[in-house]
Design a protein around this ligand. Structure first.
Ligand code: DSN
Length: 407
């Protein structure tokens, strides 16, 4: 086959359609963002061709001179960003980063304690369908039933009862700040490790809009494709004393060859996050989320925890008589993309749910300010009321998107 002229027509056409979908719609999926152009370029670069099992200076392949330097730069920037002693930038995802921490610090069968899925936790925080619930004895803590906030006293009572070896502080759909200092005081009192899962909050933490992880946690995990606008991937930052255990857990215990193209792209996203103006992007994402929350409250929606301190929030739709799955579907039909989400103590199945999670990272990357965020909030309310046809609302979506920056 002549690779110069080969064009895979079905895939090429799907790529084109996906690009149109992303450009023509309003993405409010809290875990998605538009990667920087340099990130996309590096993902398709020759770094993708290189095998580099091992770590800089200790590889199992020849020809790693340049990728070694790439990884060292990525590690240094990651350490600087989160003020930790040691960084591992090889995890393929946030889930693998969490797995490496468990495998590095614990023995199979040990007790872990994380936030329950319906309160906002992640599958890897001990859910029964994930390795975390299958290999470890998982106990969950929930948020307070009235405030939907973490109740640190209740958490401590649970820790006292179950004596976990590791506590996870962090979430996928908890919209409030997490007090890592308080978590660490509890963890220290009961001789437990503290893992801060900052998959969603990494960018906010890096600019000081969220309380810091270090020196409180033993390990921090994160992802680069959400607040950091980098490639799809994970990373771990640890205190020095765990460096070797964590590195060995990532490779060779759970992963093989690192994705050097992704690591190069991670390095670029870390560098962007180290720039002075990165704080403005994070502040705008936060302001947009808060502006939308005000609109939804004005339209009679219930917001889990009554607001947000981050780029995301969850709407409890039970008083509107619709499920999260229905809302997600109605919005998708008009070109607005959100994800259904459980709400605290949800009685619906995780595939149905009683809520939707909304995040403002992607619209902020496209230049959206508070007034547009409010307009989008009002439009979502109209779509969910369903007075007019989806076509009617799709035209309104196009009108909003026309004012967005390209990406
Ligand atoms: N699935 C991601 C999210 O949507 O939050 C977390 O891994």
């Amino acid at each position: 086959m002549d690779t110069d002229f080969f064009k895979d027509l079905p895939i090429d056409s799907l790529l084109h359609k996906e690009e149109l979908r992303q450009k023509g719609g309003i993405t409010l999926i809290a875990s998605e963002n538009y990667a920087y152009p340099q990130v996309l370029e590096l993902l398709g670069s020759v770094f993708s061709n290189k095998y580099a099992e091992g770590y800089p200076g200790k590889r199992y392949y020849a020809g790693c001179e340049w990728v070694d330097q790439v990884e060292l730069v990525a590690q240094a920037r990651c350490r600087q960003l989160f003020k930790g002693d040691h960084a591992n930038v090889q995890p393929h995802s946030g889930s693998s980063a969490n797995m490496a921490v468990f495998m590095g610090l614990l023995s199979v069968g040990d007790t872990i304690m994380g936030m329950s899925l319906s309160s906002g936790g992640h599958l890897t925080h001990g859910h029964g369908v994930s390795f975390s619930g299958k290999l470890y004895n998982a106990v969950s803590y929930s948020v307070d039933p009235l405030t939907h906030l973490i109740d640190y006293e209740a958490l401590e009572r649970l820790v006292e009862k179950h004596r976990p070896h590791l506590i996870i502080a962090g979430a996928s759909s908890y919209s409030r700040l997490i007090d890592f200092k308080k978590f660490s005081e509890i963890a220290r009192s009961y001789n437990a490790y503290l893992l801060a899962d900052c998959a969603h909050t990494a960018g906010l933490i890096s600019v000081g809009l969220h309380p810091p992880v270090f020196p409180y946690a033993d390990c921090m995990t994160g992802t680069t494709h959400k607040t950091l606008r980098g490639p799809r991937g994970g990373f771990i930052v640890t205190q020095k004393k765990y460096a070797q255990q964590i590195d060995r857990a990532v490779f060779p215990l759970i992963q093989g060859g690192p994705f050097m193209n992704v690591i190069a792209a991670k390095a670029v996203s870390f560098e962007y996050a180290l720039q002075d103006d990165f704080v403005e992007y994070q502040q705008q994402a936060l302001a947009n989320a808060q502006a939308m929350v005000s609109v939804f409250k004005g339209c009679g929606y219930t917001i889990v925890s009554d607001g947000t301190d981050t780029h995301l929030f969850v709407i409890d739709l039970r008083n509107k008589g619709i499920t999260g799955r229905y809302a997600e579907h109605m919005l998708e039909k008009v070109g607005i993309f959100v994800s259904r989400s459980t709400v605290p103590f949800d009685t619906e199945k995780p595939c149905v749910t009683s809520g939707i999670r909304i995040g403002t990272l992607a619209i902020t990357a496209r230049g959206c300010k508070e007034s547009q965020a409010e307009e989008i909030g009002s439009l979502i309310d109209e779509v969910l009321k369903g007075t007019f046809t989806p076509e009617h609302y799709a035209v309104k979506v196009k009108g909003i998107v026309k004012l967005f920056k390209d990406f």
